[in-house]
Design a binder for this molecule. Structure first.
Ligand code: SF4
Length: 525
């Protein structure tokens, strides 16, 4: 017996200045379709942008980036922002380009707030009725899966679920994604499981497949891995199984509105799952992959095939690698394949300051293949205290930045200030360093240290507040003299950001980032 298809939703609340869709849905679709399960995707986040006609045009971005002063960059950005604010205002709410939609007084860290505020009407109700409910009626999905990664998506997720249930949808509703995985046990609430049928931890490919076939065969869900669900009125947690490289599927990009994402559009791809290092003490970014944040490398030839099939479908030959750190083995073989096939493309990705980047021949080859920009976690310039972060990377930052620049590869620098045991001096020296060598840097972020759930950081104690049960970041109390408090770190970062806004506004500005990695901007400027 065959049953109706799976519909996967990406809810509103994700940042709009990305240039491409989130990769979770294409990965799930690719895996499920190969198992013979018809799967449809709806990116409701970009759907809303299209519905309200919010997008900043490529011409506006190009014009603003010609002379990227703060005034020029702000102008088109705030036209869209004001439009969004005007839509949210009658609902006593804020809708931010980067942070999503929320009602005044609603904290995404509080399950009580999400429960209460998700019952309110929103400016998106008509959109959901016209676009989402029409699709549900047409497709009649047996399962609706909702995958989110940003805190603001929790609110819209529950508004969508309430609407679906109100309108009589009686199929299975399954939630998953990075945020649900990081919330894990704290996500278990009676009211949540009155609305949904299951929550998936870690990668959802095998879980969704198993649910689908269990339904088809009329079986219970006991053997479905990574699932939290309700059995005989009691919420239970099934066994955890991590995905292995032999199970990695190929992303399928059908159903997504490429060319409607803001900025120069790219296709998201994945060469490895997670971070091959994974030991920085402050970092929980790769946690949701499972297996301590790293599942392994993919086959570079398969990744190349993903790039080509994405291009054939969309006409886009720009790619963003979504793994937390580009792996040299993948990059080398992928670049060889791109060059041997004469495939014309550009790509960017996250990277560590690891020694393989010192190899000039390697750099030349990956640049020739199309590597245009790397996003590097510097955090702090080398000092006696940087070792506290346990980054274990190279300490020849300047030499590497020069080599990237010589190879024509742009760099983004992530900085992190206020990590316990590091202080104002290290932060100021880091800012002095980047400004002194600003010709080697394209963009930069300043992050204040926060205590991330699933990490263990010395010299501080996280403050676990029961009213913030859905928090994934905690305030903390110093346990050692000299450790900066939350408020001090916030002020430090604001002051140093002010310096950068004055000196190099484009480094921090989201508008500049929407085009800076790609050569196309020079063509249409
Ligand atoms: S900070 Fe970067 S290198 Fe360190 S564990 Fe996180 S993702 Fe990996």
């Amino acid at each position: 017996m065959s049953i109706d298809p799976i519909l996967l939703l990406f809810p509103p609340g994700w940042i709009y200045t990305t240039g491409g869709p989130n990769l979770a849905l294409p990965l799930l679709k690719g895996f499920l379709e190969v198992k013979g399960i018809e799967t449809y995707l709806i990116d409701l986040n970009i759907g809303l942008s299209n519905y309200f006609n919010l997008k900043i045009s490529d011409d506006e971005i190009a014009n603003a980036c010609e002379i990227p002063s703060l005034e020029n960059l702000n102008k088109p950005y705030y036209i869209s922002q004001e439009q969004m604010s005007g839509i949210a205002k009658p609902f006593n709410a804020i809708w931010d380009i980067q942070l999503g939609f929320h009602y005044e007084g609603c904290s995404f860290s509080s399950s009580d707030d999400i429960k209460r505020f998700s019952e309110l009407s929103s400016p998106f109700d008509n959109f959901y009725e016209e676009k989402l409910l029409a699709s549900v009626e047409k497709l009649n999905p047996s399962i609706i899966g909702i995958s989110g990664c940003a805190p603001a998506q929790l609110l819209s997720t529950f508004q969508i679920i309430r609407l679906l249930r109100r309108k009589g949808y009686s199929g299975k509703i399954i939630l998953g994604g990075n945020l649900i995985t990081r919330l894990e046990k704290s996500f278990i609430k009676d009211w949540v499981f009155e609305l949904i049928d299951g929550a998936v931890l870690f990668q959802g490919e095998v879980t969704l497949t198993s649910i689908y076939f269990a339904l088809q065969e009329g079986r219970e869900l006991d053997s479905v891995p990574n699932l939290i669900w309700k059995r005989n009125g009691k919420i239970v947690e099934n066994k955890i199984e991590y995905l292995t490289p032999k199970d990695f599927g190929r992303p399928m990009y059908e159903n997504l509105s490429f060319n409607s994402y803001w900025g120069i559009n790219y296709i998201p791809v994945l060469g490895s799952r997670g971070c091959y290092y994974g030991k920085c003490t402050f970092c929980a970014i790769p946690y949701a992959y499972g297996n301590n944040g790293f599942l392994g490398n993919d086959n570079p030839i398969s990744v190349y095939d993903d790039m080509v099939s994405g291009y054939e479908l969309t006409g886009i030959n720009k790619y963003k690698f979504m793994e937390e750190a580009l792996h040299p083995a993948i990059l080398k073989k992928l670049s060889d394949k791109i060059l041997s096939e004469n495939f014309d493309c550009e790509f960017e990705g996250y990277a560590r300051f690891d020694n393989f980047w010192k190899d000039e021949n390697f750099l030349k080859r990956v640049a020739k293949a199309g590597l245009r920009k790397v996003y590097l976690g510097l955090e702090l310039i080398t000092s006696g205290k940087r070792g506290l972060l346990n980054k274990s990377d190279s300490d020849i930052t300047l030499e590497m930045l020069k080599k990237f620049s010589d190879a024509g590869i742009k760099t983004h620098i992530f900085t992190l200030f206020g990590y316990p045991g590091t202080g104002i001096d290290e932060a100021i020296k880091t800012i002095e360093f980047v400004l002194k060598h600003q010709h080697l840097i394209d963009t930069l972020d300043i992050f204040p240290f926060y205590y991330a759930k699933h990490t263990t950081v010395p010299f501080v104690i996280p403050i676990i507040d029961s009213a913030k049960d859905w928090a994934i970041e905690y305030d903390y109390n110093p346990m050692m003299e000299g450790v900066l408090r939350n408020e001090e770190v916030t002020i430090l970062c604001e002051r140093l950001e002010d310096v950068i806004w004055n000196e190099r506004p484009e480094w921090l500005h989201p508008l500049y980032r929407m085009c800076s990695p790609w050569s196309t901007v020079h063509e249409f400027v």
